[in-house]
Write a protein that binds this ligand. Structure first.
Ligand code: 4NP
Length: 157
């Protein structure tokens, strides 16, 4: 099984949504037996908390349920556990290299797969209104399909 860890700062807004969107697409494509996803934060500030209500609500509107996820920080063992680390922004990306020694070969910014802007960040919606969360959802959703295509290609699927 290929293991993917989605990473943001707090693990309550962006990466729980990324995990939920990824799992939804993978399950719809009947690829659930090939891929495992989790999410984590660079910080442990929200450890044990549910995702932000803004993320839960936008996901629910799309029939994706993330309310059972709980925030956790990235831990040392993740380096050996996961095959891919998908950072939401440049700061998360740099932290994964500097603090956790994740090799560049396993590490991507999610928007590297965004057909509209391959150098962008997934903006932090924390404290923002429902429009911020909708924008984040759309960026993640749009980037996820090419990412999954990349994974399938790597696995010969
Ligand atoms: P996330 O958003 O990294 O997408 O989960 C944030 C959540 C909380 C904070 C910052 C970003 N915070 O400063 O507590």
């Amino acid at each position: 099984m290929v293991k993917i860890l989605f990473v943001c700062l707090g693990n309550i807004c962006r990466s729980p949504l990324a995990q939920g969107i990824f799992e939804d697409k993978i399950n719809r494509a009947n690829l659930g037996s090939y891929f495992f996803a989790d999410s984590a934060g660079i910080s442990g500030w929200h450890r044990g908390e549910k995702p932000d209500s803004g993320s839960i609500e936008i996901a629910r509107k799309k029939n994706i349920h993330i309310e059972n996820q709980r925030s956790r920080p990235v831990v040392e063992g993740d380096k050996h556990e996961f095959d891919y680390f998908i950072a939401m922004d440049g700061s998360n990306y740099e932290s994964l290299i500097r603090e956790f020694g994740i090799p560049a070969s396993k590490l991507f910014k999610l928007r590297r797969f965004d057909s509209l802007d391959q150098n962008g960040n997934v903006p932090d919606p924390y404290g923002g209104g429902s429009n911020s969360f909708l924008q984040v959802f759309e960026i993640i959703d749009r980037s996820m399909d090419p990412f999954i295509e990349y994974l399938k290609e790597q696995q010969g699927l």
